[in-house]
Design a protein around this ligand. Sequence first.
Ligand SMILES: [Zn+2]
Ligand SMILES: [Zn+2]
Length: 762
Amino acid sequence: MKKALKITITGIVQGVGFRPFIYRIATKHGLKGYVINRGGSEVEVWIEGEEANLRYFLKSLNREKPLPSLIYNIKIKEVIPKNYANFAIRKSIKELSSFSMIPPDIGICNQCLSEIKNQKSRWYNYPFNSCAWCGPRFSIMYRIPYDRVNTSMREFPLCEKCKAEYNDPNNIRRFHAQGISCPTCGPRIWLTDNLGQKIDVKDPLEEAARLIDEGFIVGIKGLGGFHIAALATDDNIVLELRKRKERPQKPFALMALDIEYIKSFGTLTDRHKALLESYEKPIVLIPKKNSPILSKYVAPGLDLIGVMLPYTGIHYILLSKTRDKFLIMTSGNKSGRPLIKDNDDALAKLKGIVDYFVMHNRKIVNRIDDSVVRLTNGNVSFLRRSRGYVPKWIHVPFKFQRSIIALGAYLSNVGSIAFDRYIIPTQYIGDMDNLENIDFLFDSINFLMSMYKVKWNSSIIVSDLNPAYSTTLVASRLASKYGVNHIKVQHHHAHIVAAAIENGIILDDRHAIGIAIDGVGWGTDGSVWGGEILLSSFKEFSRLGHLEYITLPFGDLSTKYPMLLLMGFILENEGEEKLISFIGDIDKKLLPSSFNYEILIRKFREFPKASSVGRFLELIGTILGIYPIRTYEGELEMKLESLARGGSIIPHVKFDVENGVIITKDVIRKIIELKNSFSVHDLAYTVLIRLGETLGSLAYDMAKEYGTEYIIVSGGAAVNDYIIRGIKKGVRNMKILFNKELPPGDGCISVGQTVISNFILK
Ligand SMILES: [Zn+2]
Ligand SMILES: [Zn+2]
């Protein structure tokens, strides 16, 4: 007897070869009907035929689905057969597609890679090989839906062979695959010197590999932008790159041909391996081996190293032709500026950094940086959520009252838009201290807004509370321009709410205890917060506890010159006489050239105060003599974590808590006192573990007192293995939640902002 089923499949089912896959399994089992993309992230399937065949279909659906697809939910309804004559892939209806998920870029699949390696294949050595399961998506999209005419692949009409494969329903990887091409019809690659003069060679990637082996630094146009490639095994070259990039200490990421080569300089667990090989292909931080192969200047002072696998044919072919089979692959930009994506821009801005360029003629529409992940005490945490993950949306269990545009905070910023039941964070943008990055933020927000038909004049604009942030200033200007609400959200409140919503926790009329730990966020008392215990709902929060304040002499300058923090501590707690004898001993290079002792004394009471974990750890790091001047965000915290590896606890170093305030001064004194009698490893380890334990047990007490169910941990310092280990111990049996799909750092702020402002409106 003939039966019919209407199946609605939700998940990542668009732009990943899902409809051709459905077509294939339906026709294989002799079924009739159709498949169509619906709004949201849904595919609707109608199948009719013999009951047994319907069952086979459902089995295949689960077992054989394309790799990058993800099924969240399948709804099956029995319907009356309509006697369709065949099985058809129906065209998506235009209006419905306005709500479809923009597919993220997908790292090259193993099948495409084997074609590149196979001399008999027509894709042999072809850098742009891709299929329904892999290849660029978001980075080449002008608009939705993901059809070739809406991408920069529209400039490359399919040749006869490719067209035949595109139209062949039995070609599982190329049937209706929007991005396919071949050496006959696809984009081209070439080599230039750093002035843009084309160098005539047969194989530009082979020649680029040879140049890199000889010690040259080469700009490589890839998927979401340019990389800068150089040998990772030669100290002089790494130092030269540091000089040219004006990047004295910040670690460089590596790219390795395969897992085996990574083992020569890093230690991998199965979980690291799974992350590296996932189709998102992020940079994964792994423990660095003490190996003579890798230059010590690649990641100075750190025991973790960032590495990724090739995620396009370009990268794979290049690496396969190099001597080392792994290279530095750092972002192609000027320090702190947006990643460069266009050929002309690369020539203008990178010519002083690289010696040669590998370029190609496929336009990058949306620039997107490599994502960065690590394992923190066993959990995956994002340091940067970008390529491979963006612009996936976050589905929330409530409906936004109005569309919301959130501009985030200031450092490592990400914006978000929210509407209906979705929040869509932008790709990683960067620090909001220059116009180029601010433009990039608005380009990215505007792109998402136009895709999802969100308008400025009917939205709410949200920013951080900090009145000095460029994003706050712009938000207020835009709000008055469009005559809409501007809501300001406290930084750490946003952290906690972002982590809650990612875990599907609704804090509508109930509260949770949050531990928000980071470098800097404007507090409601005008001080710098960053070591906070908050009682938080979506709408409001109260501050139940925090780290004791320390003074930030000369404000922000003390972030760059942490020696100022130590001087401030001595002045405040030990007196001026002690400070004078201390100053006599320190190297003046550790202080800003503008340093003036008279002003330090005279203005000391006027300087801002901070309860920030970041500043506290920088002060500890300075005592331990880790580094003189901070050159990148989080530098000292990362180096302190590296030092703590292998340390053990010093039993009598403990924090006191008075009325919810974690007293830091006694621990600081103790560390100064014990500096010469214990190893730096033990000292660093003890401070981090004890700080975590104290935060955790304070949060535990508060959760008991207020009867809350969860403790939620977020903030940039929540990627520190030892602090998290301490917190886990401190909260005992209480349920603890972390950011999962968003960075615990400021990359999650704009998501929290959208949720909070929606509930403030209520
Ligand atoms: Zn593929
Ligand atoms: Zn072709």
